[in-house]
Design a protein around this ligand. Structure first.
Ligand SMILES: Cc1cc2nc3c(=O)[nH]c(=O)nc-3n(C[C@H](O)[C@H](O)[C@H](O)COP(=O)(O)OP(=O)(O)OC[C@H]3O[C@@H](n4cnc5c(N)ncnc54)[C@H](O)[C@@H]3O)c2cc1C
Length: 343
């Protein structure tokens, strides 16, 4: 895993709770990435090391610099640090770009319409993908974007400029849970995103079976969009989704108890208490073990650990690169006593 050290050359305020960090590319070898991928930022805050993934909101073919856009999460350690403390001139370590929320590399999809479904900060990878496709492709691009109010819209002006540049190819639907009744604009609606309504309208303009769908937002949005797409017989390989946080299901935890787990790193054992509900990764980090990790959503496999004794439960599907006795510790919980894991 390559670690880069990047300088922040600009910090832009996007909304009252969201900022964009602009990084200078390294002098010698530029960091290559695909629209939709993320950078993992590494911070040391109050003596503890934190890693957090942020989707690149810049686009490789268009933007000279690397940009990530961070929305403040209430009580969130890193997002508030980025919004309040990080400043121009700071130097930050990042892991190489990762992620498979990207455009497929198959010619058959070249002319498929791209439909981007997002809410709040979920716009970041979608914005990068939209810019890439509008710049390099010929197909229709539809952005369906949900926010609380108009003031919460991230990249509002830049989206409007893209609409002016591509009036025949780029359609934007805005949904606002709080909308001034006086604002009456086409494709501007009050309430949460209504996937059925949007798809019904789109189906009058193009053949939905020839469309790709990218979803980035809360779990409820993902489920609603997938359900609506199902009625239009859109194949699963045409639907991509990115989670910004681990989606937990209470039913997965009924057989989990608080346990002590031994974590072996470089031959040294450390016993940590894994309180019910916490993953083995979370417990290890709380015990200040420098465990490798990135996405914390069961997507990447950086946090893998090898089970040497006992039983554990991974609540999300295993990464295909892992062997039978390897687990992604961000979504793995203790099922027995006397668990030993090596990392
Ligand atoms: C692949 C990927 C890409 C991401 N891209 C972006 C991005 O482009 N922009 C961006 O702002 N964030 C993005 N995130 C989320 C980001 O990595 C952090 O999780 C987020 O900034 C919160 O970190 P924190 O340290 O402030 O909060 P923490 O201190 O980790 O958490 C504090 C509390 O907030 C909750 N929480 C954590 N994350 C979220 C969230 N995203 N929304 C609501 N509540 C949350 C936690 O459950 C916890 O209760 C991405 C996440 C992933 C996995």
């Amino acid at each position: 895993m390559t670690i880069y050290t990047l300088s922040i050359i600009d910090k832009r305020i996007e909304t009252n709770d969201t900022v964009t960090l602009v990084f200078k590319q390294p002098g010698l070898k530029k960091i290559a990435y695909l629209p939709g991928q993320y950078l993992t930022l590494i911070f040391k805050i109050n003596g503890r090391r934190y890693l957090r993934p942020y989707s690149l909101s810049s686009t490789p073919v268009i933007d000279k610099f690397l940009e990530v856009t961070v929305k403040r999460v209430p009580h969130g350690i890193v997002s508030n640090h980025v919004c309040d403390i990080v400043s121009v001139g700071d130097v930050i370590e990042v892991l190489q770009p990762m992620g498979d929320f990207v455009l497929p590399n198959a010619p058959k999809y070249e002319n498929y319409a791209i439909v981007l479904w997002g809410a709040g900060s979920g716009i970041t990878p979608l914005f990068s993908i939209a810019k890439q496709v509008l710049h390099s492709g010929h197909c229709q691009v539809v952005l369906v974007y949900g926010n609380r109010t108009i003031d919460n819209v991230i990249f509002k002006t830049q989206i409007e400029i893209l609409q002016q540049q591509h009036p025949d190819r780029f359609t934007v639907w805005n949904f606002y849970t709080q909308l001034d009744e006086a604002i009456q604009k086409k494709y501007c609606l009050k309430g949460r995103i209504l996937p059925d309504l949007v798809l019904n309208s789109l189906s009058k303009n193009f053949d939905l079976t020839e469309s790709l769908h990218y979803i980035c937002g809360p779990n409820g949005l993902k489920l609603a969009v997938k359900k609506a797409l199902n009625t239009y017989t859109i194949h699963l390989e045409q639907i991509f989704s990115e989670d910004f946080e681990l989606v937990k299901n209470d039913a997965d935890f009924v057989d989990i108890r608080t346990q002590f787990v031994t974590i072996n790193q470089n031959g040294i054992d450390k016993v940590v208490e894994v309180v019910k509900g916490k993953s083995i990764l979370e417990a290890g980090l709380d015990a200040l073990i420098e465990m490798p990790y990135s996405c914390q959503t069961g997507n990447c496999s950086i946090c893998k650990g090898k089970l040497l004794n006992g039983n554990v439960k991974q609540v999300l599907p295993k990464h295909p690169d892992l062997t039978v006795d390897e687990y992604q510790l961000c979504c793995t919980y203790p099922l027995s006593s006397e668990i030993v894991i090596s990392i």
